[in-house]
Structure formats: structure tokens, C-alpha cells
Design a protein around this ligand. Sequence first.
Ligand code: NAG
Ligand code: NAG
Length: 440
Amino acid sequence: MITVGTLTKIAVVISVIAYRSARVAKNTILTKHPFPEGYYSEGNFDIDCTTLKAPDLKYCEDATFWNLLDAQGKFIDRGLLISCDANRKAWNTVMGPLTDPAPHGSLWLHEPASNTGKRNAKPDAAKLKRIELKGYPAQHDFHPLGIEIYPSYAGNASNLYVINHARARTVIEHFTLSPSSPTVATHVRTLASPYFHSANSLALTSPDSFYVTNDHLFTRRIPYLGHVLPILESVLALPLTFVSHITLSPSSSSAENAKAPITAHEFSALFLAFPNGITISPSGTQVAVASTTLGKVFIYTRNPATNALTTLAHTVEVPFTPDNMHYTHDGTALIVAGHPNFPALAKVAANKTDVAPSWVVQIAIDGEEVKEAEFDRDAPVSAKGKVKSVPGFAVKTLFQSDGVGFSSSSTGLKDPVTGALYVTGLYAEEGVLVCRPSLK
Ligand SMILES: *[C@@H]1O[C@H](CO)[C@@H](O)[C@H](O)[C@H]1NC(C)=O
Ligand SMILES: *[C@@H]1O[C@H](CO)[C@@H](O)[C@H](O)[C@H]1NC(C)=O
């Protein structure tokens, strides 16, 4: 049995050997690219993109669709959930600082459209509602990062999991959210484990189980060395950390189970450098994990019966440090958002500058071949020449900004019904960006 303790020892040894991985994609992530204020691949940034704003809706790390299905699992409608922390500048366990954990972050719902299935079901700031956290323990911090929600079937409640960078340790909050009162999340329990001590992103495998990435082995909370070890781990891209699969006791079960909510854990992938976003393909046969410091997306083959990630099937480079990722609803592409200039992002975190650039790409995974001459040819700053092109995995830019148009993209999501592209920004001062394809 591998424990986290043993893993730490093995990891330290490996890190010494794995010095070679210090060849982080420096040429791409340290370069200042001549980005425009905003570029949107399916329209005109000035006309087709807007920022949905609400007070305190800022510094949003993650977003995910909430699918509302009928009893047979047929699609009815979808909402968009967003996790934000207006206090991120005073509390960021990944990038620092750790000065004030007290003010709470927030969850938001962009309500499902009532006129289902219409292409003109317009994203609208009036549909953004702050989610009330019912039964949330008093005195308990709330710094949401990765969020995932199980679909609702025939109006039943959905399990919602939220990674929470609380002051003493990172935990995962379990809530339920029901379509009958979609702006009230009811707190079920707080989960803690050494198997997600530095949790960043989640992907659900059932209402009661999930994969979770741990972005670092060494965290900033470590006394004295907390300023040094995580930075070395990042800068040298040391492959020290891991992805876990966690199984919970169903929340309705006995008080006995409530005391030990985690019934099983497995290491799904070991010795990764800064695993960040994680996502499962709609068919359930693939899992993609973003390695932030290597600038790579790893695509694993998954056994849906056991949840094991059996082989690393593909590695695709992206021209930035990738953050969160999502498969498109039909599984033909991965949408990856990230930070094309990491030093600029670190400067924003340190209050030395206001904005950092954004880049969102899609990686085609349907095997479609793209001629070398056409590889990301429309983007103002093309991925061509910055990444190795992998046959059958064409990278295409969906959105780009120098940071003025939209800062520090951390998640990109595309609504298959409206065609809208939503982008959240880790340090975006205001709201969530939405771009709608111009009607041709
Ligand atoms: C809602 O229904 C689905 C499908 O039957 C089921 O998998 C899920 O566990 C239910 N959710 C809750 C919270 O009971
Ligand atoms: C940046 O400014 C915020 C207030 O706007 C403050 O809380 C935070 O501590 C500052 N961060 C640093 C690294 O100085």
C-alpha cells in the first residue's frame, strides 16, 4: 500500500533525478506576445463579447455547466455555476499571499434559460444570482476553487462539490443544489484527506465519487519553507504530485458513515508536475489532466468500470500554462484556458500590475487532420511554432487578450445550444466574459 508519507520520500528522490523537467516551456510562458485587446475566433470581440457583471463577482477561478435532464437522461436545459473569491488578493494558497482568510468567496448561478433549446437564449447579467450557502458552518472559511456538480435527473437534487482553500488546510465542501430552489446550496459535509491536501480541480465519476488533482506536494502553508518549496516545485516543474480518485459514503447513510465519509481512495496518476484542470470525456473512456508547469495536456485512457487511468494515451502541448479544461458536450474537443505569461500573472497576484493576458484554445480530439499551413492560422498570435503539432490533435485559438479586454483566463466553456463561449478570469476584476458567435 502506498501512503502519502512513502510517496513524499519517493517523490523527493525522483525530483533530484528528474531535474531534466526543469526545461519548462520557457520560450512560450516567459515571452510577452503581441496580443490584441481581444480576439474571438467566431466573431468580433468588440461586438460579440461582453462581460456579465455583478457586485463581488470577480476573481473567478472555475465554472461548470449544471445539466438538467429528464428521467431518461435526455437534455432539458443547463445552468452555469461559477466560483469566485473577491478576496483572492489577500488569500491565495497556490500563488500567495496568505494574509487574510476571513472574507468569504462566492458561488454564482447563471440561471438556465426558460426558452429551452433556442439559439437566442441570451446570456444575460440579470440571470446571474449569488448562491446562498444554507447550513454552512459558522466560523468556517470559504475560498472556492474547482467546482463540479452532478446532473439533475427529473428535477432531483444534485450533489455539488467545491474545493475550499480554508485557512488551516484545503478541504472539499459537499452541497446539494436543487432545480426547485437553484440559488440555495445546502451544505452536507466537509471532506478532508491527505489524498487531496492541495486540491485544485475535480471531475465527478458518480454522485458520490470523483477525481481530484493536487497542484503541489509542498504547500505554502508549510512553516518557514512555505515560501520556498512550492516555488521550487513550480519553477523546476518537479513531478512530485498526483491525482486521486475518492469514493464517499452516500450522504444519506448512517451516522457511522458520516464519521468516515471517505470509503475508498486510489492514486490515479502519480509523479505529475502541477496537475491543474481535470475533465472526463462524455463517453467516460478518457480523462484529461493539465500540467501547468510543463504546458502540456495529458490524455489518459480510463476504465469506466474501475475508474483506473490505464494508459497515458496522448500528450498535447499548449502555448501557455494551462489552468482548467472541459471536454465539449459531444467529446470532439477539449477547451483549455490558461496563462500565456506566467510572470505577468504572478505580478498581478503581488499587486505589481493590474492585468495578465488570456488565451483559450480548443484541442480537437476527433482525429481530424489539419494541414500544417492551416494550423491555428487565424489567431493574432498563433500556437503554430510554439507547440509541437500532434497529428489528430489540432490546437485552435478561441480567445486571446492582452489582459485589457479580459484578464487571466482560467476556464473556458462552450454552450452547445447557444454556441456561447464563457471565460472566467482568476484575477479578472469584473465578472465573466461571454462571447456569442456572430450570426453569419
Ligand atoms: C438523482 O437521480 C440520478 C439518476 O437516477 C441518481 O444517479 C442520483 O443519485 C440522484 N441524485 C440524488 C442527490 O439523489
Ligand atoms: C494586494 O492588495 C490587497 C488589497 O487590495 C491586499 O489585501 C493584499 O495583501 C495585497 N497583496 C500583496 C502581496 O501585497
